[in-house]
Write a protein of this length. Sequence first.
Length: 129
Amino acid sequence: MKTAAIGIVIKNNEVLLVKRRWHPMVWAPPGGFLDPGETQVETVLREVWEETGVQCKALEKVYDFVYDNGYGKSHIHVYACEYISGDLQCSFESSEVKWFPIEHLPHPISPEKPIFQKAIEILNNKKLA
């Protein structure tokens, strides 16, 4: 089973999403498969940068799930991330990249909305500490 990591990047209570160009063609946080020797956090930071032009800080893992695309299964690790800098740019892997308010997430989306809400709670709790 392959391992992937994705980052829910948050800026001003908005979530950074990419519209995947290939199956599954959904709105999702940027992410991808781990390179050899790479940690999950390193993958999140690299993939967010490559897919969106944004730099972020991974704060905490919020969710794990197994995704079956019909050809094989992947173990996906989801991280809450804080926006640091960067202007949006769309990579060849996506058809769009945008910020969305948590109250107006697009459809179809993966993972489910409660995972995004948990990521925002983690960021807000960090700011209060």
